[in-house]
Design a protein around this ligand. Sequence first.
Ligand code: AMP
Ligand code: MG
Length: 273
Amino acid sequence: MSNFKIAVPHTVNPGSKVKLKSIPTGPSENLSFDKAAARSQIASNAVEMAELAKRLYAEDKRSILLVLQGMDTAGKDGTIRWVMRGMNPTSCQVHSFKVPSAEERDHDFLWRHHNAAPRRGNIGIFNRSHYEEVLVVRVHNLKPEKRWQKHYGLINDFENLLTECDTKVVKCFLHISKERQQQRLQARLDDPTKHWKFSMGDLAERKLWGKYQEAYEDALEKCSTPFAPWHIIPSDKKWYRNLVISELLKKTLQDMDPQYPEPEGDYEGVVVE
Ligand code: AMP
Ligand code: MG
């Protein structure tokens, strides 16, 4: 079991610089476990996490927000499918953020995200998130620079607010190589059952790879705070990515150590007729 301890993400220390090119996108060569072992560890983590999540729900005081960001094909959906397996859907909600609607654009940029934040006792997952406001918005000049430059600080304030109000914010950047993205996009084109995942726009976005990597580096640097640091997840191998995130989430739940609440009254001797 202990050999899985090396499945830890690269956590960005607040104030430190991030050079994505120098951070691995896959497991190290001398990994002491393989895909099969990783999968069985993910399965046993899922059992433990389900029990801890049940206690979190019963405790009804705190929540977790898992933020997933990454380039197209990095595996945000796959992570949710594998890592959250076994969770009770009642206490776990996924929000996939798309291009903002007219209603959403009519409000401040955090409105829709705050509205989707998890209830007490729940685990919320943001599949894409408020970070798109310093990623796609920046790369495509969707708002003036003087506007999106302010978003970094506002995002930190928002996450601070959530943290102070008992939501643990866990942020994962799924880090893939440009070569791996090429393979995964091509696989989507080659397999008709994967065409639904593909759009021609994905090729246009891929051409902006360098600009996105720069935008990610800035977001990772400026929004790694002591209360909500970014974790960089090597994501070229799906099973390794899933294991790292599963271990991270399990540890988060273990550290929170949720407790069943005290009974409201003294139930000693109470019998149901
Ligand atoms: P997908 O994740 O493939 O379903 O695509 C969702 C799309 O919504 C992506 O192209 C995102 O860039 C886009 N998107 C998400 N959030 C925003 C945002 N705040 N502003 C503009 N586009 C966004
Ligand atoms: Mg897509």
